[in-house]
Design a protein around this ligand. Sequence first.
Ligand SMILES: CC(C)(COP(=O)(O)OP(=O)(O)OC[C@H]1O[C@@H](n2cnc3c(N)ncnc32)[C@H](O)[C@@H]1OP(=O)(O)O)[C@@H](O)C(=O)NCCC(=O)NCCS
Length: 228
Amino acid sequence: MASLNSASKPKWATVNTTLPARPLPLNSSRIPVTTDRLIIRALDAQDLDGLHSIRTQPEVMVNHPQGRIDRDLEETRPKLDLFLPPKDESHYNFAICSKATGEMIGIGGCHQLKSMFGWPAMGYMFRKEFWGQGLATEFTRAWLDMWCRLPRDEVHIEVDQRSVPDGEGKALEVMTAFTTAENLASQRVLEKSGFERFLMWEEADLRDPDAQITLVAYRFFPSKQLAN
Ligand SMILES: CC(C)(COP(=O)(O)OP(=O)(O)OC[C@H]1O[C@@H](n2cnc3c(N)ncnc32)[C@H](O)[C@@H]1OP(=O)(O)O)[C@@H](O)C(=O)NCCC(=O)NCCS
């Protein structure tokens, strides 16, 4: 059950848990995964135009901390470079393509192996022409399955205690995701994909530092998925 905290105050605790083994598979070894309507494949330098077309839609970027579209291709280039060799070991982010046409319609996956709660975080962005057809849910479910199937290592890490049901000691592994309280579509995608809401809080809006924003944190337990 989520509670609204007036400020985000981490309570760090060391836990024994699991995480996908490092190094993560490099882009060159990621085998494309196909769903009913999507191909989820490794990102490539050729995806610059595809990513630029996503990041130049105001309706997409309004939910992004940047809060505005990319000015030109040169502003998009470093955003793609973050996910290309030699940086491909530090994410599990993918191009999301239409199975019918092959075109890139979104980007999604784990862009951050250690987010503000100490756990990995996942997210997604789709071109607006493809919203409202269940594609983000189709992607998220398939991607979580890919994440859960990665080999695991036992780890001893610091996490925000508010993200784990058991507190200090042994903790079930967690995948996190964050949305603004206004982003009901994204919350619905997460809930339909097996995430549960665990925290709401207010903080300065990165898009407008004078304004406050309400954020919602979600968690997903990979070991519960594997047990099903
Ligand atoms: C959020 C986003 C990924 C959703 O993609 P999508 O393919 O339309 O999502 P889906 O169709 O799988 O599911 C959306 C769900 O939200 C619901 N929904 C959409 N808008 C809604 C609204 N304003 N209020 C309540 N529910 C809403 C839909 O009805 C659907 O639920 P249902 O299947 O139960 O009917 C897409 O809008 C997007 O890329 N937005 C910009 C980037 C972004 O916000 N990323 C997430 C950052 S946390």
